[in-house]
Design a protein around this ligand. Structure first.
Ligand code: GLN
Ligand code: ZN
Length: 756
């Protein structure tokens, strides 16, 4: 490597393994089928493999510290020995690490929170005045030694101390910064130890810089990095997921050896930083998308990098925008993906190669990577021209949308009258959120059909008999609004994606969601359209079995969007509108087939919220519009429900009200109806069904417990507007629990009804 060379590196690499080896090993360890030594051996093998990939691709630094058996933020917690007293741990060994991650019979787990605007979840550290903080050398250092022993040039990575603190949980009013000086002592010892061991660089991740930060937190950056600098290896302060140009003066004046910027999310911030970039700092530019599966336009990336190279010379580094944790491992495994679409994509391994190519072009000239540049340009051009990525009929329909398309025919008060006349429901109507237990038999039938081992006729017959059983059980339970049970659905996004144009599916495109849980998001690559009805036959069949109203069940446009990898060649709101129109047609077809109630699930509405509040209104505006377009094609007497879970809503209540769903069902049981208080204060106008039992727990609450929750709900919402339902779908539960819980729920509603 010549001294003037550009350095290529990643902020982090996926840890689960191309075959999800980590998931398999961790779950075997939990079951007692693998001992600690066995688990550690799998971890070591995965690390060695992932480092070897970075080295083979030609990266200049090997990143160490991104591995974790559960979550990397939790690893930092373990490194700092920061176990809340309630776990009674003297030190955090592997068993203690998992006890905090998963809970024990005596103690609930640490809270799990979404990692910024990704679908990754981290374990939230818990702060208190007397929290123990001390360096535990059994974490991180063995991995660093492992990498050094391989002869690698090592860049260690840790969450920055301020990011760790900010993301922690603390009692209301507790000033987290009070713990900073004690935390800094631990970090000081850690960075000194890294330097002593010969680590070349230390990457400190400070993604909170992309949020709205109070002034005292920004000031704290000076303290933190001034304290650490004398003891630490050269430090790279990494920002990602957003624009940090408002902090350019602060960041460029910190005593760190380099900064990393996410140029995929915020290309415009480069200019601001280049204006007066210090002569002694490295600038790492994230030009390869760490959040999405698309191949990098190398020519475009080079156009961004060249001026930076001219100004910075060897102080320019190239990287992905953020850790590659958020993309799948290896596109080469996708042997069944349409080769044309596959050629537009890049997973983590391919992104390593792209970084090496960019480095080579910067150091040796573009001619040195000519064939790769050609291939990249051809792929981009092919994608642009592919008939599936621009479908005239879809584009025209979106362009022709008028404000009227987002408006129901009448306002809520008129609609609800028409609906009540049609449905004749009692006060406090009871319903469920859609799915019923997905038994082993159902899964087996679906799998056999998918594998071509079962005929369509047999499959249809099996699903129909399941629907019939499900309807009979709901009737026996005395529920007022029934559902068909979703037996035919593998997953609420995949099921629809498979029937829509513009979606592709991978076989191994897994990304970690939390702990050992991985998801395989569909890929939206083209214009979205619905060639034919998707759910109508199932819902109509279910309705034919009962006189009770049947609720049709759809996944909303925003959830479809946020739980997929989305094309990056069209603004997200345009994709949302395409989805909205496709789903709108389904809503109208359901109505036409006689379905009187249609639920449009949007558990992911909140996930799309931008990191900075100033950007919220613009997002909520298009998100609400997409939902309304989906819903607005129906008559007044067709009732639209929506459902949301996993979220706090109080700060977006006006957007939720603007959805104007006739009924919203929400998750509230675990928070003891707390969410509902916000709805009450806001004077939310439409009907609400707060969940009265937690579907994630196998424990069936008593009728009295449910009644207590409903009584609490009645203090917030008048009886005329209150529905009774579980927190969420029941697909992960077993029938005996479900029947017991629903029987108590119905009994509770009936008893209250009689008193009102
Ligand atoms: N209708 C879906 C179900 O019942 C809703 C799932 C969800 O909200 N996550 O499974
Ligand atoms: Zn839900």
């Amino acid at each position: 490597m010549t001294p003037a060379a550009t350095q290529a590196h990643v902020l982090g690499f996926p840890r689960i393994g191309a075959q999800r080896e980590l998931k398999t090993a961790v779950e075997a360890y939990w079951r007692g089928a693998l001992d600690e030594a066995g688990l550690r051996a799998v971890g070591r093998e995965l690390r060695l493999r992932h480092w070897a990939l970075q080295e083979a691709a030609g990266l200049d630094l090997i990143t160490v510290g991104d591995f974790a058996f559960y979550d990397h933020l939790h690893n930092a917690t373990a490194l700092c020995s920061a176990a809340p007293a309630r776990f009674g741990l003297d030190e955090i060994d592997l068993a203690g690490y998992f006890a905090m991650a998963r809970g024990t019979p005596a103690q609930p787990a640490l809270a799990m929170k979404k990692w910024f605007d990704t679908n990754y979840h981290y374990l939230q550290p818990e702060l208190s005045e007397d929290l123990r903080l001390a360096l535990d050398r059994d974490w991180l250092f063995p991995e660093v030694d492992e990498a050094l022993a391989q002869g690698y040039r090592v860049k260690a990575v840790l969450p920055g101390p301020l990011t760790w603190l900010w993301l922690s949980a603390a009692a209301p009013g507790f000033d987290k910064l009070r713990l900073l000086s004690r935390l800094l002592n631990v970090y000081y010892a850690a960075v000194a130890e890294l330097k002593r061991r010969g680590v070349a660089w230390l990457q400190l991740d400070e993604p909170i810089l992309a949020l709205d930060l109070p002034a005292e937190w920004l000031t704290a950056y000076r303290t933190v990095y001034r304290e650490l600098a004398p003891a630490a290896p050269p430090m790279l302060l990494a920002t990602y997921f957003g624009d940090v140009s408002e902090h350019a003066t602060l960041l460029t004046s910190l005593p760190v050896a380099g900064l990393h910027l996410d140029l995929v999310r915020s290309p415009q911030q480069l200019q601001v930083f280049l204006r007066e970039y210090p002569h002694d700092k490295v600038l790492s530019l994230g030009v390869v998308d760490g959040r999405n599966v698309w191949r990098t336009d190398l020519a475009r990336a080079l156009a961004v990098l060249h001026p930076a190279k001219a100004q910075l010379g060897e102080r320019l580094w190239v990287s992905a925008s953020c850790s590659l944790l958020h993309v799948p491992h290896d596109l080469a495994q996708e042997t069944r993906l349409d080769p044309r679409i596959k050629n537009w994509m890049a997973f983590a391994n391919q992104k390593l190669d792209e970084l090496a190519l960019l480095k080579r072009a910067l150091d040796q000239g573009e001619a040195a990577i000519w064939p790769a540049l050609q291939a990249s340009a051809q792929a981009i051009e092919d994608r642009r021209r592919a008939p599936s990525t621009t479908v005239a009929a879809v584009r025209e329909r979106v362009a022709a949308l008028t404000p009227a398309a987002a408006e129901r025919r009448s306002d809520f008060s008129r609609r609800i009258e028409a609906q009540q006349a049609r449905l004749g429901l009692p006060l406090l109507p009871t319903t469920t959120i859609g799915s019923f237990p997905q038994t082993a038999e159902i899964r087996a039938v679906r799998a056999a059909y998918k594998a071509g081992e079962q005929s369509e006729a047999d499959y249809l017959a099996a699903m129909k008999s399941e629907i019939r059983r499900c309807v009979e059980r709901q009737e026996a339970l005395g529920l007022d609004v029934l559902v068909h049970g979703e037996a035919e659905r593998n997953d609420m996004v995949e099921y629809f994606g498979e029937q829509l144009d513009g979606f592709a599916f991978t076989r191994h495109g897994w990304v970690q969601s939390y702990g050992s849980r991985c998801v395989k998001p569909p890929v939206i690559y083209g214009d979205v359209a619905r060639p034919r009805p998707m759910t109508v036959a199932w819902s109509a069949y279910a309705q034919s079995l009962t006189d009770k109203p049947m609720k049709g069940m759809l996944t909303g446009p925003l959830t479809m969007l946020f739980w997929s990898f989305v094309r990056d060649d069209l603004p997200r709101q345009d994709v949302a509108l395409q989805l909205a129109l496709a789903l709108r047609d389904e809503v109208v077809d359901l109505e036409r087939s006689g379905i009187p109630i249609i639920q449009i699930d949007e558990p992911a509405l909140r996930e799309g919220l931008p990191l900075k509040r100033a950007d919220w209104p613009a997002y909520l505006d298009w998100a609400v519009r997409a939902f309304r377009i989906t819903a607005a094609g129906v008559r007044d007497d067709t009732q639209i429900h929506t459902h949301m879970c996993y979220s706090e809503f109080n700060d977006i209540l006006s957007a939720i009200a603007a959805l104007d769903a006739d009924v919203i069902t929400i998750e509230t049981a675990r928070s003891h109806m707390q969410l509902l208080e916000g709805f009450a204060e806001f004077e939310y106008p439409n009907h609400i069904g707060p969940g009265v039992f937690d579907v994630h727990s196998p424990h069936v609450p008593s009728q009295a417990q449910m009644t207590a929750l409903l009584e609490r709900a009645l203090q917030c919402v008048p009886a005329e507007r209150l529905w009774v339902n579980p927190d969420c779908g029941l697909k992960t539960r077993a029938w005996p629990e479900v029947e017991a819980a629903l029987a108590r729920m119905v009994a509770s509603a009936c008893a209250l009804r009689a008193q009102i």
